[in-house]
Design a protein around this ligand. Structure first.
Ligand SMILES: C[S@@+](CC[C@H](N)C(=O)[O-])C[C@H]1O[C@@H](n2cnc3c(N)ncnc32)[C@H](O)[C@@H]1O
Length: 225
C-alpha cells in the first residue's frame, strides 16, 4: 500500500529529528523567539493549570518551559527520535504516541486542565481524530484546548480553500530534507472541525510580529461542549 500523506508527516519528522532538535536548541526559528514561544506559554499560564498535555511536543521545549513554572507537564509525539531527544534533557514525562492512538496511551492521565498543540496539527484525519479525543480529555467545565498554528490569512493560499499543501523547508538549513505536505484549513473549516469534535471556540489570539505588525500565528482557545 502506498504511504499516506499522514504517514509521510511522521516519516519526515523521523528523518529530520536531529535537524529539528538542533534548530530548536540554537533558537534558530526567528518568529518563535520573537513572538510565538512566549505567546503560547502565556496562553497556557493564563489558565493557571495544574496538569498540561503537550500534543506533538517535538523535542519538548514547551514541556520544559511549563515545568519551570511549576506545572505538571507531559508531552506526547509520534516520532520516537524526538521523544528520546526530549527524554534525554531530563525534565518532564514524554511518551511516544500517534494522534490516532491517544485514547489508548496508557501513561496519560484521564484529564488535563490544558491540552496544547503548538504548530503540531499538520494532517487531515489525524487532526480530526485528535481533536475528538482531546474533547474527552479536558477537565469538565474549566479544561481548555489551546492550538497555535499558522494564521490562515498569512498562508499563501490562493484560492482560499481547505486542502493539502505542498511542504517546504524554505528558510530552514540544508540539513532538513523531505518536507511533508500539510493540511491547510480556512478559518471557516477550523470552526467546523472544532464543532465536529465536540469543541466550542471561546476566542482567538493573534500574536503580532513586532517588526512587520502582521500576525505571526493564531491561537485558538477551545473548550468541550
Ligand atoms: C512543527 S513540529 C512542532 C513540535 C513542537 N510542538 C514545537 O513547538 O516545537 C510538529 C510535531 O508534530 C508531530 N506530529 C505531527 N503529526 C503527528 C501525529 N499524527 N501523531 C503524533 N505526532 C505528530 C511531529 O512529530 C512533530 O514533532
Amino acid at each position: 500500500m502506498p504511504e499516506s500523506l499522514e504517514q509521510k508527516i511522521i516519516r519526515s519528522y523521523q528523518l529530520n529529528a536531529d535537524a529539528w532538535t538542533e534548530i530548536i536548541a540554537k533558537e534558530g526559528i526567528k518568529s518563535r523567539q520573537l513572538v510565538t514561544n512566549k505567546a503560547i506559554v502565556d496562553a497556557v499560564l493564563s489558565h493557571q493549570p495544574v496538569d498540561v498535555l503537550d500534543v506533538g511536543c517535538g523535542e519538548g521545549w514547551l514541556v520544559r518551559a511549563l515545568i519551570d513554572q511549576s506545572i505538571n507537564a507531559t508531552g506526547i509525539d509520534g516520532v520516537e527520535a524526538l521523544v528520546n531527544s526530549a527524554r534525554k534533557r531530563g525534565k518532564g514525562i514524554f511518551e511516544i504516541c500517534q494522534y490516532e492512538d491517544i485514547e489508548q496511551c496508557p501513561a496519560l492521565a484521564p484529564s488535563f486542565d490544558v491540552i496544547v498543540c503548538n504548530f503540531a496539527l499538520l494532517g487531515e484525519q489525524s487532526t480530526q481524530d485528535l481533536l475528538s479525543a482531546c474533547a474527552n480529555k479536558l477537565v469538565l467545565g474549566k479544561g481548555r484546548l489551546l492550538i497555535q498554528t499558522l494564521h490562515p490569512l498569512l498562508v499563501n493560499s490562493s484560492p482560499y480553500f481547505t486542502g493539502w499543501k505542498e511542504g517546504s523547508w524554505a528558510g530552514f538549513p540544508d540539513t532538513f530534507t523531505e518536507p511533508p505536505d500539510w493540511y491547510f484549513r480556512t478559518l471557516e473549516d477550523w470552526l467546523a472541525v472544532f464543532s465536529d469534535a465536540g469543541l466550542v471556540l471561546l476566542g482567538i489570539n493573534e500574536p503580532r510580529h513586532p517588526q512587520t505588525g502582521e500576525p505571526a500565528s493564531i491561537i485558538f482557545n477551545c473548550a468541550s461542549v
